[in-house]
Design a protein around this ligand. Structure first.
Ligand code: NDP
Ligand code: HSE
Length: 438
């Protein structure tokens, strides 16, 4: 594929591409079109040795001699690197373990797999000395994992918070600008091709939870899996929530929030969660609209950092995959290895109930003496401190908007449950966590 000189061991780097769909087809195209440029950057020619797809007959655009439906055999053949762009856990886990055990480096964008099986994959890579790179698995084109794994490796990261799912960001941005409800906006997003035919992984927060697990693991040097991440999607976000947020100069975003939490006795733990939040419209993440991603990182020495760009799509994601492939090739040429898994801290992952959060609660209440006192009494009973209260008179009722200080999430939930049962409360209009106002 390239006329450049061979690698130090006398031949080109042979790449197996597993999957040639949205992302894989762009990887194949760029690798082919820019072969000479790529070889110069990688320090060795890179040869596409085979492409595994589910239905080879459906790919007349690809060279027939490269195509196979047998990914496992391709992995076992004479290839140096496996680029996995199929997705899912089975059978991809077996293919990648097979590659790593044979000393073949792996580049993958598969967040679902990494969020559950990084430990096994990293152990297999360590045993054989192969590389495991996965920049494209979180936030598409945005260089984010390499900064966490390498550039910030000497710092102490305290928080990683961001918009890591483009589909839900598109839907929430549209709800904010049109005032329309969730179901109607999801239909529109599907019609425009922004939401998948089956949007479950995106709208129910599974995709973002996988990404949060990967981010928390890297940021806090601790193994965090998707099942450790508290997950709430956007299906429960109503036009009333969006309206309540707007009235207070806020907007609603689905955020992945990974934090280092220090207890009063100095013990550190990790909290990882995905849920809708209200943030001030002046917050850096509030201006991130449409299908874009943005991630905000706080570290002791570096301070605040912001990463922004296209979090999905064939070509943007291929950019991250090819960056990893260049890194693997360079390591092969000079004989080094990429960063290994760093899980030495082994911090405890806090359950959501013990995580400090703040709530925004909008209520319609009876407009008579003593109502505010009754409501405040419930907060006090759960040891939840109120930060602000705003009241607006309606006809026979009053609209009450309460924002709390930080409290344990379980105490806040219990407060909301009890308030909803008070006779004086006509309706709980909106309940949502608040971020970005500490
Ligand atoms: P697609 O569904 O577009 O492509 C999947 C590819 O895998 C297809 O070529 C398919 O073959 C092939 N395939 C499926 N099953 C097998 C099998 N058993 N053996 C061999 N090949 C198989 O997926 P995407 O390109 O969208 O995503 C790929 C990965 O990248 C996923 O892990 C995804 O999470 C991740 N990712 C995707 C992003 C995006 O914007 N799309 C962004 C960031 C990450 P065939 O073509 O014959 O059906
Ligand atoms: N479905 C994902 C999104 C693709 O909407 O952001 C990128 O991982």
């Amino acid at each position: 594929m390239s006329g450049s000189p061979a690698t130090v061991d006398g031949r080109a780097l042979r790449v197996a591409l597993l999957g040639c769909g949205t992302v894989g087809s762009e990887v194949a195209r760029l690798l082919t079109e820019q072969a000479d440029e790529f070889a110069a950057r990688a320090g060795a020619p890179v040869e596409l040795a085979g492409i595994a797809v589910r239905r080879p007959d459906k790919h007349p655009e690809l060279p027939a001699h490269l195509l196979t439906a047998d990914a496992a055999a391709l992995v076992e053949s004479d290839v140096d690197v496996v680029v996995e762009l199929v997705g899912g856990i089975e059978p991809t886990l077996e293919w990648l373990l097979s590659a790593l055990r044979r000393g073949k480096s792996v580049v993958t964008a598969n967040k679902a797999l990494l969020a559950e099986h990084t430990a096994e994959l990293a152990e297999a890579a360590d045993a054989s000395g192969a590389d495991l790179y996965f920049e494209a698995s979180v936030a598409g084109a945005i260089p984010l994992l390499r900064p966490l794994r390498e550039s910030l490796a000497g710092d102490r990261i305290t928080r990683v918070m961001g918009i890591v799912n483009g589909t839900t960001n598109f839907i929430l941005s549209a709800m904010d600008s049109t005032g329309a409800g969730y179901a109607e906006t999801l239909d529109e997003a599907s019609r425009l091709g922004y939401a998948e035919a089956d949007p479950t992984a995106d709208v129910d927060g599974y995709d973002a939870a996988s990404k949060a697990a990967i981010l928390a693991s890297l940021a806090f040097h601790t193994r965090v899996t998707a099942s450790d991440v508290h997950r709430e999607g956007i299906a429960g976000v109503t036009a009333s929530d969006i309206g309540a947020a707007k009235l207070l100069g806020r907007t609603v975003k689905l955020l992945a929030i990974c934090e280092r939490v220090t207890s009063e006795d100095g013990t550190e733990s990790v909290s990882a969660r995905v849920h809708p939040v209200m943030i001030p419209r002046s917050h850096q993440l509030a201006g991130v609209g449409g299908a874009f991603n943005a991630v905000y990182v706080e570290a002791d020495a570096a301070g605040e950092l912001m990463f922004y760009g296209q979090g999905a799509g064939g070509s943007p994601t291929a950019s991250a995959v090819l960056g990893d492939l260049v890194a693997v090739a360079r390591n092969r040429v000079v004989g080094g290895r990429g960063p290994r898994e760093s899980a030495h801290a082994g911090l405890r992952v806090r359950p959501m109930g013990q995580t400090p959060t703040r709530y925004h609660i909008s209520l319609d209440v009876a407009d008579r003496a003593g109502v505010l006192a009754q409501v405040a009494q419930v907060f006090a009973a759960h040891d939840v401190s109120i930060a602000t209260v705003r009241q607006r008179d309606k006809h026979s009722t009053a609209s009450l908007v309460i924002v709390t200080h930080l409290a344990q999430d379980a105490a806040l939930q219990a407060t909301v449950d009890e308030i909803g049962k008070l006779d004086v409360v006509r309706e709980v209009v909106s309940v949502m966590r608040v971020e970005g106002e500490d």
